[in-house]
Design a protein around this ligand. Structure first.
Ligand SMILES: Cc1cc2nc3c(=O)[nH]c(=O)nc-3n(C[C@H](O)[C@H](O)[C@H](O)COP(=O)(O)OP(=O)(O)OC[C@H]3O[C@@H](n4cnc5c(N)ncnc54)[C@H](O)[C@@H]3O)c2cc1C
Length: 401
């Protein structure tokens, strides 16, 4: 494994970093202040579209996509340092059209979509004109086990009929969200991993209703919004099924590999930002005659954070390299490992950064509560820590079988 950056990758990294520092970070505080004033109303602030156009014009667009001509053809390993930079800002991923769940949904379309499905949805997603949601998790079943999904996708002649209730559908509240990938039960009597189907649903299809947006620690996450969505007798042509009925589980597994690692890459950037804030604050204020950083065990906190970030970055790079060289299947343990490690280190460092900021750490004057909340939710989104640990242990024990 050689993680030195190629010339091309270094060029992208410099340009992405400069864009974030010069164009995005300076507008963040004002952006979030405006979003807060509009609490409950999801609409996109004009600055986002302006910055999207600027990033696109500079070729900083769809960088996550390894498949040409859809993206610029960076490998996962090459994309990792760019995603890390995007993780420093909550709004950066969308500006580069590299945000979840659209990234995973585009990958599903490219790898599993029919020519018709690709033609209908991909250009608009790739251009950033529309956004999408992924509806798998359900309120009524333990959704960390994807085979539990009980909402139905029943094939009736030339149609597929959807019924059920989904929640935690990220992005469903975005005003530009026009497309949903829905996972439903088609064949309850088939083998466990061939019972479900993935279906493309236009968000405005009759029978689709966003029931409410779900707050995370009291915040609605405008303008993206995680939502609860009901599907009542939603009738679509059978051609809306992705790759054929019964292949939903397989697609879900394939979809989550790169998505999980993108989260991990961004999380490293978020952890770096939390550590920077921690150190800056600790150096700039004094108590008991010394800078805060000199008191108690604060230097140990810095050292431990640095060691944790470096380890997590290397594990992220290894997981990315493994996907590139061995595919998702060969990378399952590494991806699950970093899916557990990265959010946990961010959670710890964000918590410590809040602490050294004193009361200010809990205010909106610093992005620390957002960083903490992001870490906490990533320990559930795309599968809880425990499920990933179970997979890692299973693969480990297999070696002894
Ligand atoms: C912010 C956020 C965004 C999300 N976005 C999306 C989205 O866009 N689309 C979507 O479909 N879903 C999304 N999710 C849902 C997420 O993937 C699920 O919450 C997650 O998979 C867990 O499912 P569950 O909530 O039903 O918990 P359950 O399945 O009920 O699990 C609850 C708990 O049980 C324990 N547990 C489960 N399995 C094991 C095990 N094997 N060993 C030990 N303990 C175990 C764990 O403590 C786990 O946290 C999102 C969630 C959050 C919080």
């Amino acid at each position: 494994m050689d993680f030195s950056l190629s010339e091309r990758c270094q060029d992208y990294l410099t340009r992405v970093s400069d864009f974030i520092e010069q164009e995005i970070v300076p507008i963040e505080a004002d952006y979030f202040a405006q979003i807060q004033q509009q609490a409950g109303n999801c609409h996109v602030l004009p600055i986002i579209e302006t910055l999207k156009a600027k990033a696109k014009a500079q070729g900083l667009w769809n960088l996550f996509m390894p498949v040409e001509p859809y993206g610029v053809g960076l490998t996962n390993e090459e994309y990792a340092p760019l995603a890390e930079q995007m993780g420093r800002s909550f709004i950066a991923p969308e500006i580069f059209n590299c945000n979840a769940p659209d990234t995973g949904n585009m990958e599903v379309l490219i790898h599993y979509g029919s020519a018709e499905q690709k033609a209908q949805w991909l250009p608009k997603l790739l251009s950033g004109e529309i956004r999408s949601a992924f509806c798998m998790t359900e309120p009524d079943v333990a959704s960390s086990d994807a085979t539990n999904m009980a909402a139905t996708a029943i094939v009736e002649g030339d149609e597929v009929v959807l019924n059920g209730r989904k929640w935690w559908s990220t992005g469903i509240g975005h005003p530009q969200c026009e497309m949903i990938i829905f996972m439903g039960l088609s064949y309850p009597d088939a083998p466990k991993h061939q019972q479900h189907s993935m279906v493309i649903v236009p968000k405005n299809a009759p029978g689709v209703k966003v029931e409410r947006l779900l707050p995370v620690f009291g915040e609605l996450h405008e303008p993206y919004g995680h939502g609860e969505v009901s599907f009542t007798n939603v009738r679509l042509p059978k051609s809306a099924i992705i790759a054929g009925a019964g292949r939903g589980f397989e697609i879900a597994q394939g979809r989550l590999g790169p998505g999980r690692i993108h989260h991990a890459m961004r999380t490293i950037g978020a952890a770096e930002r939390a550590l920077e804030l921690l150190i800056t604050r600790g150096l700039s204020r004094s108590a008991f005659g010394k800078p805060l950083i000199e008191l108690g065990g604060n230097k140990d906190i810095i050292a431990n954070a640095r060691m944790a970030i470096e380890q997590a970055r290397l594990l992220t790079m290894k997981a990315a390299w493994t996907i590139d060289t061995q595919g998702i299947k060969g990378a399952m343990s590494a991806v699950s490992q970093i899916k557990v490690v990265a959010p946990n280190i961010l959670q710890t460092i964000a918590d410590q950064a809040i602490q050294i900021h004193g009361g200010a750490g809990l205010s909106d004057d610093f992005p620390l509560t957002m960083l903490f909340a992001a870490a906490r939710m990533l320990r559930l989104a795309d599968g809880p820590d425990e499920v990933h640990r179970a997979l890692i242990a299973k693969l480990e024990l297999k070696k002894y079988a």
